[in-house]
Design a protein around this ligand. Sequence first.
Ligand code: HEC
Length: 154
Amino acid sequence: MKRASLVLFIGLASLGLSACGSETQEPVEQIVVREPGAEAPVAESQPVAQSGDLVAAGKAAFAVCSACHSVEAGAQSGIGPNLNGVVGRAAGSLEGFGYSGAMSEANLTWDAGELDAFLTNPTAKIPGTTMIAGSVNDADKRAAIIAYLSSLSQ
Ligand code: HEC
């Protein structure tokens, strides 16, 4: 991932709020320009994508899936099967869901690699699947969605 060549932190603070007197002061604008590689203050030196951020991004990206998939443990399946615990689960194995023959016979266990291939192109990965929508072209989005699904398996 490319790093921004410089980072601007613009802080606006109106000191007027904390002033004791009745006189209000002009807002103070602070601009800090940091060159790449320069040591960042501790509070700002977070990695670009911590796993928590990735899960949050995946949860947001999952919005396109939630039309068909529930994720809460024990929740009723929708048009697609409930995906709680899907990472590590055998394909087509959720009790009571009416899978296609193709999915029932897929004979694979969902891990990051299998999910990535399936979400890239469901019908190419499992010809005959009834999941005909929900492909995700963006690899970063797929990774985020898979991280989110993994977080639901714990
Ligand atoms: C239009 C409805 C629909 C959308 C949108 C959709 N799916 Fe599905 N999904 C299904 C159906 C239906 C199945 C069952 C397919 C079969 O039996 O062949 C399925 C199956 C799956 C499975 C296999 C589950 C298992 O128990 O084996 C996974 C994983 C999955 N979907 C993930 C996703 C993700 C992630 C998204 C969003 C990026 C998504 N789906 C979007 C309908 C949908």
